[in-house]
Ligand binder design. Structure first.
Ligand SMILES: [Zn+2]
Length: 349
């Protein structure tokens, strides 16, 4: 008798149906079932239910988790639906395709097929409306040998190209590679850690104090090119913030789903109520290591909520660059912010 905790046929059917019969590999979405010429009642399938955690231990077992019971290992929760090509791929690389990565791909694939089913949209449209989250991943670069591949694969596996958009994803990849090289070669740091969370990418390096803005003074460098491209083209979409924390530089790249998420990304941030905005904020405390200030604007404010001339406002004397973050702002309000604070940046969510 086999000691493999294989999926039963009903379980395979559940896994396939929950994915709408579409491959869950990010960006594939191939249809895996259709009518067959063999007979009037036959169908052909090019899909497979892959184990997220392997069905049995052993040399070739991928992602085997001894803490699972056989029932848990055979449960639909432990399966992801893939086309043959991608099923074979994930079964050959346990190091790259971790359990947490595959669990996220399954969730993303099921969400996409549900949107296609419920809203009658195609795969590409479903991608645009699916929650914009990333699959978590952590990597550490300690020497410069294959940083392109390590960073490139980690970003792909996070599905950033699908949820944040391909052009932005490619631009972030360029920046991460250049930043890592710069930290190890010029910053004299021993390592660079890159942490991918659901809404942000954090780069930590233990080299000399460095802010990516300094790339601008390194004429002709790859770092300057990549940083300028990323910040010029996508400054309305993403937030990049850098702080020296202890003996490390910490840079965070984030695409906010809600303005308030900025507080999770950097403590160089404050929130204004309508009255604070209108009558002027007298005081706020941010850490002296902050090189910039992020200000979450109040919700639903309009023209007469803008400060009158002569209102004492600490924001107007702020030396650090200010980035305002607002939600559902009208063109009128956007124009008034630009007039009032001409040097500021504005991110609209
Ligand atoms: Zn596929």
């Amino acid at each position: 008798m086999s000691n493999r905790d294989n999926f039963s046929q009903p379980t395979k059917d559940i896994i396939a149906k929950r994915a709408g019969g579409l491959c869950c590999f990010p960006g594939c979405g191939s249809i895996t079932v259709s009518a067959s010429d063999e007979s009037d009642i036959s169908s052909s399938s090019t899909g497979m239910a892959c184990h997220i955690s392997s069905a049995s231990p052993g040399k070739n077992a991928k992602r085997y988790d001894s803490t699972l019971t056989p029932d848990e290992r055979m449960h639909p929760n432990n399966g992801i639906w893939m086309c043959y090509k991608h099923g074979k791929l994930i079964d050959t690389d346990e190091v790259r395709f971790e359990t947490s990565t595959l669990k996220y791909w399954k969730e993303l694939g099921e969400n996409i097929s549900r949107l296609m089913h419920e809203k009658g949209v195609d795969y590409t449209t479903a991608l645009k409306i699916v929650p914009k989250q990333l699959a978590e991943n952590n990597l550490k670069i300690e020497n410069l040998q294959n940083e392109n591949q390590i960073i490139g694969e980690a970003l792909f596996d996070s599905c950033i190209h699908l949820t944040w958009g391909e052009k932005l994803a490619n631009s972030i990849r360029d920046f991460l590679i250049e930043h890592s090289r710069n930290s190890i070669i010029h910053g004299k740091g021993g390592s660079v850690e890159i942490k991918i969370d659901y809404n942000k990418i954090t780069i930590l390096d233990n080299g000399n104090e460095f802010h990516p803005k300094e790339f601008a003074s390194i004429e002709g460098s790859g770092g300057k090119m990549a940083y300028s491209y990323l910040t010029d083209l996508f400054k309305k979409d993403i937030i990049i913030t850098t702080q020296r924390i202890g003996d490390k530089n910490r840079t965070v790249i984030s695409k906010l789903n809600q303005p308030e998420e900025i507080f999770d990304i950097t403590d160089c941030s404050i929130e204004l109520s309508i009255s604070e905005f209108k009558w002027g904020i007298q005081d706020y405390e941010i850490h002296e290591s902050c090189q910039e200030l992020f200000v979450v604007l109040p919700k639903y404010f309009t023209a007469s909520d803008f400060p009158r001339n002569g209102v004492v406002n600490k924001l107007e004397n702020e030396k650090r660059p200010i980035t305002f973050i607002g939600e559902n702002l009208s063109d009128m309000v956007i124009g008034m912010i630009k007039d009032k604070y001409p040097k500021s940046e504005l991110i609209i969510i």
